[in-house]
Design a binder for this molecule. Structure first.
Ligand code: BTN
Length: 317
């Protein structure tokens, strides 16, 4: 699909015959691919005598620009299509050629937390995996997923999405709608050499669902009422992430916890926390220096670590 998007990206009309000639396919095949593009969430207009165009021009990711934004010492890998940027980052580590950042225009098997899929249509959102070597052992990882959520939130602040907030452990929401997600994966042995893959997905310009998204969602574009350059979003995300990771490494999550709490959407709310069949009902009191969530039940305040836990507002069905 990327070759077709490259032709249509400018938002101008292109005749079926010329598209077919450039791609080496018949006009009927061009029409079929337009249907597929439409299905992926891109609005395609077709006018007889003029050809096809995208209702909205798109800005494709540019490897050179991403490299420039990242700086010379940072190895950036951009691919048009990947199963998952996290998986590719892992493969590169295992092959002894680690990248610092892996990005893709689309993911065919994008993954979310707790085994859920992450819908990743092409040419509209940001899918990036940042590779962070673990040098300080467990201490470096405590609260890390919350810290990354805070970096994503600051990037959304920069973009002008003022209504976004955090939901423990690392959801980034506008109201109850998901706008970004974080998936951390550890590769290697903590006692020996290991890396954390920091996978971040931000719904930047998605404005129609591509396939089934199993939860309410929104995007930067929906919030601002206009599209935003993904290069700008990437530059801002990288800046905030680098700063937050430096604080995390030098001072630990304790130094970030008050800022995180200040943006917690469910602070002091009554919630239900579940893990498998067990449930805890109570009021959120905050988080501790390790990023664990404190819930005041009828007995006492108990702290819970992230992992497979799921949190919802008490009384929500
Ligand atoms: C969540 O469930 O909230 C986490 C979503 C994380 C999605 C990102 S997109 C880039 C990276 N690659 C993946 O397959 N997942 C993460």
């Amino acid at each position: 699909m990327h070759d077709l998007l490259e032709i249509l990206a400018d938002g101008e009309f292109h005749s079926g015959a010329r598209i077919g000639a450039r791609l080496g396919i018949t006009r009927a095949a061009v029409w079929k691919r337009m249907q597929k593009l439409q299905h992926q969430g891109h609005a395609v207009e077709s006018v007889s005598g003029k050809g096809y165009r995208l209702a909205d021009a798109v800005e494709l990711l540019d490897a050179e620009r991403l490299q420039q934004l990242s700086g010379p010492g940072c190895k950036v890998v951009l691919l048009t299509s990947l199963d998952s940027t996290n998986e590719h980052a892992k493969r590169l580590i295992k092959a002894g050629q680690p990248a610092d950042v892996v990005l893709a225009e689309e993911q065919t098997q994008g993954r979310g937390r707790r085994g859920r899929p992450w819908q990743s249509p092409g040419a509209c959102n940001l899918y990036a995996s940042f590779v962070w070597p673990v040098t300080e052992g467990m201490r470096q990882l405590e609260g890390l997923s919350l810290a990354v959520g805070l970096a994503v939130l600051r990037c959304l602040d920069d973009a002008g999405v003022t209504a976004a907030g955090l939901k423990w452990p690392n959801d980034v929401l506008v109201g109850e709608k998901k706008i970004a997600g974080v998936l951390l994966e550890l590769v290697g042995d903590l006692a020996d050499q290991s890396h954390v893959i920091i996978g971040i997905g931000i719904n930047v310009n998605m404005h129609r669902p591509a396939g089934e998204i199993g939860q309410p969602w929104t995007s930067v574009r929906q919030q601002l009422g206009r599209p935003l350059s993904r290069h700008v979003v990437y530059g801002s995300l990288l800046g905030h992430l680098r700063h937050i990771l430096q604080v995390q490494k030098e001072q630990g999550f304790a130094a970030l916890a008050p800022q995180w709490e200040a943006r917690h959407l469910w602070q002091h709310c009554r919630v239900e926390l579940s893990s498998g069949a067990s449930r805890v009902l109570g009021q959120v009191v905050g988080i501790n220096a390790r990023g664990e969530l404190g819930i005041k039940t009828s007995q006492a305040v108990q702290y819970f670590a992230g992992g497979e836990l799921s949190l919802r507002l008490a009384g929500d069905s």
